[in-house]
Design a protein around this ligand. Structure first.
Ligand code: IFM
Length: 443
């Protein structure tokens, strides 16, 4: 790595991120069915019909996994608390075993001198609520608020920071318009509703957190570098529309209380009635912003398609195993833009950044120089953003462990720790050691 801790402010933290359904093993400990279980059980949705039933068996192995994190010299651990583990039916009867698990997890994080960064929703909608329309039902905001109260009453006294939701674009657009994630809908009306209700649920959860006196409350949004695929005015307009849908809709609602007009022009008639009245709740102050960044997309017009009439075109840049172009400049760019146009001096964390690679485990371990380069390039981009004035407070690698990569099942490996899914043996990769070495250098 070409950085050490000395390149960052004293209070800048390094960590790694995971999410409940992707690592815990959802069949353990009395968790209820989620829409990912049924989506995965439906042919054609998920590579190999893989699901999160066992995943990395983190439910039983979390102590050893946290030891790894600590041994890398990290400062913090970003994890999520599964709604369906705590409330198997999404509301009503609480699963005490689930609460006990998160209690033990938080204590174990603290015992290792790590800061617990919690995310309340990382995509496992309880099936019983999915039956009622999930994110398309306005009541989801109250259901989510109730879950927030229940889990925070148990662990809120010990966590460092809490995010309401992870990547609302994925929760709504990717899952209800593109159909790639559960619940696999492809419906513009469902999309408009989900894109508003996910913000409303954020607002309701924020209000509940504030009422409890919870500190350090924020949200994790995903951003990409949306760039015109050629130098025509039509490609420019297509990229601006993609940027509005992906990069502006959520932060605009939260930071400014408004939605981009060019998106409303496209699906405004499908928005829930009187959505404007919700914008005050949605735009209440947050304490920090989490930024997940992975790639850029080259956008071209697709006039033959209905709204938004855009497509992604081939990118000449080197790609990760997901086919995602590697473009650290995009991270520097979005961090600068967010701090200038939306959040000012508010603390910003890179809450996810990482790459999938087709790793090979040998007797010597896993040699993954491409991942080390990826981390290096993106951490240096964060350093440049700090130099340009962004109030950056931390960087979390995605992910600590190889894990369940949603529609790609266990086929894609993002971890700095290799997981053998047959034996559950963990092997830190060369990138893990490179990062640990960089973090060992004292300030
Ligand atoms: O694995 C996901 C994670 O759950 C959310 N952000 C992107 C990661 C890689 O696709």
């Amino acid at each position: 790595m070409q950085f050490t801790r000395a390149d960052f402010p004293d209070d800048f933290i390094f960590g790694a991120a995971t999410a409940a359904y992707q690592i815990e093993g959802h069949s353990f400990g009395g968790a209820g069915s989620t829409h990912w279980d049924t989506f995965a059980a439906t042919p054609g949705n998920v590579f190999g019909a893989h699901d999160g039933a066992v995943a990395c068996d983190h439910y039983h192995r979390f102590e050893a996994d946290l030891d790894l994190l600590q041994s890398a010299g990290m400062d913090a651990y970003r994890f999520s608390t599964s709604w369906a583990r705590v409330l198997p039916e999404g509301r009503g009867q609480v699963n005490e075993e689930g609460l006990d698990f998160y209690d033990r997890l938080v204590d174990a994080i603290l015992a290792r001198g790590l800061k617990p960064f919690q995310t309340l929703y990382h995509w496992e909608m309880p099936s019983a609520l999915a039956d009622l329309g999930g994110w398309t039902n306005r009541d989801v905001a109250q259901w989510f608020g109730d879950f927030t109260d229940i889990i925070m009453a148990r662990i809120g006294d010990r966590i460092e920071s809490v995010a309401t939701l992870n990547e609302p674009w994925c929760v709504s657009f990717l899952s209800h318009f593109l159909g790639h994630h559960a619940p696999g809908k492809r419906d513009i009306r469902a999309t408009a509703r989900a894109m508003h209700h996910v913000n409303l649920a954020h607002g309701e959860a924020m209000a509940r957190l504030r009422a409890r006196g919870q500190k350090n409350c924020g949200i994790v949004l995903n951003f990409e570098h949306s760039q015109p695929g050629n130098d025509t005015p039509e490609a420019q307009a297509a990229a601006e529309l993609q940027d509005a849908i992906y990069n502006q809709w959520f932060i605009g609602a939260i930071a400014k209380g408004s939605y981009p007009q060019r998106v409303l022009d496209g699906f405004g008639q499908h928005m829930p009635k009187d959505w404007q009245a919700d914008m005050e709740l949605i735009s209440q102050p947050i304490d920090w912003l989490g930024v997940n960044y992975y790639t850029r997309n080259l956008i071209v017009p697709a006039p033959e398609l209905p709204w938004p009439s855009i497509n992604v075109t081939a990118d000449p840049l080197p790609k990760t195993d997901m086919g995602w172009a590697i473009f650290p400049e995009g991270l520097r760019n979005i961090l600068g833009r967010l701090s200038k146009d939306y959040v000012g001096d508010m603390p910003i964390y890179v809450t996810e950044n990482g790459m999938a690679w087709n790793d090979t485990l040998t007797d010597e371990g896993v040699d993954d120089p491409a991942r080390t380069d990826y981390i290096n390039g993106h951490v240096l981009a964060v350093k440049e953003a700090i130099e340009a004035g962004a109030n950056m407070k931390g960087f979390f690698y995605w992910s600590l462990l190889d894990n369940y990569e949603w529609a790609f099942g266990y086929d894609k490996r993002f971890g700095i720790v290799h997981v053998d899914y047959e034996t559950q043996v963990r092997t830190p990769k060369a990138s893990f050691h490179a990062l640990a070495q960089a973090l060992k250098t004292n300030r």
